[in-house]
Write a protein of this length. Structure first.
Length: 285
């Protein structure tokens, strides 16, 4: 799909992959992507499609932007077809498909735990449960390929062991349930920090407020951005502030991180859109 502006200059085309009907707890996916598509249309010829349709439409666009497309476990076959077709065609996909965070499943949490990185301790085998702190009264069990809290449960240590022993090895993650002051998210485009938001009430994860990140906070977040080695893309580093003031990684969102753009000021939102536009345009050249 190649269109021309009135002046005759060719505008790059962009396929924005989103599920506008997906109902996320505490968030309006559709509002965010309607807004983003309207702003990106200033620089690109933009079309929106459902993730189930993406593989069939790739050849018509210069770049594919994966946004709020919902957890891929709801459409695995279509997602696999999209990955295969995009790699086959050499399509410029944003985020690039080489992400090592949530894009590849949550195995990275186990790897980071073993490497001693500041992450909530995570194991995926019953034999490794002894490596978790034994002070937790409850544990979190969740699918390694899950997202958006799908399948997440709070269990006892005995129940966690039983669940790990009952399923295929490596398919579940177990973490101690951490008491924390708040959760905080750091948002990046490429390797450039854009803004931070936090949830003052741990029971209301998506009631977010602007957060003034300290130099130490940003050093923490950038450590994971560097670990992921993506040259381009939107990444969200989710962390929790423990009772002793330390930050621990909760998730590294590098597939389709929700941006909570309705929770930031207009100046921050404008700066984010400008930076995102520049980053996507660099892939179209």
């Amino acid at each position: 799909m190649t269109a021309a502006s009135p002046a005759g200059a060719r505008r790059p085309s962009l396929l924005l992959v989103t599920d506008l009907a997906y109902e996320a707890r505490g968030r309006r996916y559709c509002d965010e992507d309607i807004y983003l598509s309207s702003r990106l249309r200033e620089a690109f010829d933009v079309a929106l499609c459902h993730p189930r349709d993406a593989a069939a439409l790739l050849t018509g666009f210069d770049t594919v932007l994966v946004r709020n497309s919902g957890p891929v476990l709801h459409y695995w076959e279509a997602y696999d077809a999209f990955l295969l077709r995009a790699r086959e065609l050499g399509t410029a996909v944003y985020n690039p498909l080489e992400g090592r965070g949530d894009m590849a499943g949550k195995e990275y949490l186990v790897e980071m735990t073993a490497a001693g990185l500041p992450v909530i301790p995570t194991v995926d085998r019953a034999a490794d449960l002894a490596e978790l702190p034994d002070v937790a009264a409850r544990y979190v069990v969740k699918p390694k390929l899950g997202a958006d809290s799908v399948g997440l449960r709070f269990v006892t240590a005995a129940e966690a062991r039983a669940e790990l022993e009952a399923v295929a090895e490596g398919s579940l993650l177990v973490q101690p349930r951490i008491d924390f002051r708040h959760e905080v998210s750091f948002y990046f485009v490429d390797h450039d920090f854009q803004y931070a938001l936090y949830a003052p009430d741990p029971e209301r994860r998506w009631v977010l407020e602007p957060y003034a990140a300290s130099a130490e906070d940003l050093e923490f977040a950038r450590r994971f951005i560097a670990w992921n080695t993506l040259d381009h893309g939107i990444q969200r580093v989710d962390a929790c502030r423990t009772a002793d003031g330390a930050l621990l990684l909760v998730e590294l969102e590098d597939l389709n991180p929700y941006l909570s753009l309705d929770r930031v000021g207009e100046d921050v939102r404008e700066a984010f859109v400008a930076r995102l536009t520049t980053s996507i345009a660099s892939l179209s050249r």
